[in-house]
Design a protein. Structure first.
Length: 272
């Protein structure tokens, strides 16, 4: 039995990871790769181990199309894709914030639509392919599309849940807070430590075991019971002094400390 053809529009880090995993498991036949420039496309094809680099004029129809451009470019790509879509073809994207509704014009050509968002940080595809198994994915869209896509994600070890299209912005905001803003928070913490005269490398070496322990406690006990520190002890005087100190260092750092302390105090009240 022939494998379904998969076209990838925007073969960046996420698409390269999925494409290689599916190619290695013979789940699909990776067909056309459409990148912003040919060099990126050829690099993606080399990593995936398959794929023909094309431009819009050279794009051929495929049973499955992954639209993996940046979120702001998805809607603009839809009209260009419409001429290559056949009735029953699956078109999906992996945006966390957008639902499959952004693909709706393709219904006029008979496509079935979905979005599947992996809760995974695709910093490096070579590393990602070794760690993707077990990743949770949020899926929504047409049943006919999900009937095709979800088994493909199952084959590469994904876990999955369904989500209402109307909930995607709040869902993605939660993911951003947990992942991207954790990185931003660590940068803020390092700046504060540097302000105290501690070199950045030493500060990170000291903070990392604390972070790891906190994450372990979160997993074991949940947010309220994992909370420690001045908010948990209701040390309001220390909190006020530290807000002043961080604000003097950098107003944004002080505001971050203040806002997160408000949340921590709410958790402490729940704990008590």
């Amino acid at each position: 039995m022939s494998l379904p053809a998969l076209n990838i529009i925007g073969p960046g880090r996420l698409a390269q990871t999925l494409g290689r995993l599916w190619h290695e498991r013979a789940s699909v036949r990776v067909a056309d790769l459409l990148a912003r420039d040919a060099a990126r496309g050829h690099a993606a094809a080399a990593f995936i181990g398959a794929g023909r680099v094309v431009d819009w004029d050279g794009l051929t129809p495929a049973a499955i199309t992954l639209l993996a451009t940046p979120d702001d470019a998805i809607a603009g790509a839809v009209p260009r894709l419409a001429s290559q879509v056949r009735p029953g073809d699956v078109v999906f994207h992996c945006s966390g914030a957008l639902s499959s509704a952004v693909l709706a014009p393709l219904r006029n050509a008979g496509a079935v639509l979905a979005s599947v968002h992996p809760l995974f940080s695709f910093a490096d595809p070579a590393h990602a392919v070794t760690r993707f198994a077990g990743t949770w994915c949020a899926a929504e869209g047409d049943t006919a599309a999900l009937d095709v896509l979800l088994p493909l994600f199952d084959q590469i070890g994904a876990q999955r849940f369904t989500i209402a299209a109307s909930g995607k912005l709040l869902y993605h905001a939660g993911a951003v807070l947990a992942c991207n803003h954790l990185v931003a928070l660590m940068e803020t913490a390092l700046r504060s430590m540097e302000g105290a005269g501690i070199p950045r490398d030493a500060a990170w070496s000291a903070l990392k075991p604390l972070i790891d322990g906190t994450l372990a406690n979160l997993d074991r006990y949940g947010p309220a019971q994992a909370l420690t520190g001045p908010a948990a002890r209701n040390d309001l005087g220390i909190i006020a002094q530290e807000i002043a100190a961080t604000t003097a260092l950098d107003p944004a750092t002080g505001e971050t400390y203040r806002v997160l302390t408000d949340v921590a105090l709410q958790l402490a009240a729940r704990k008590s």
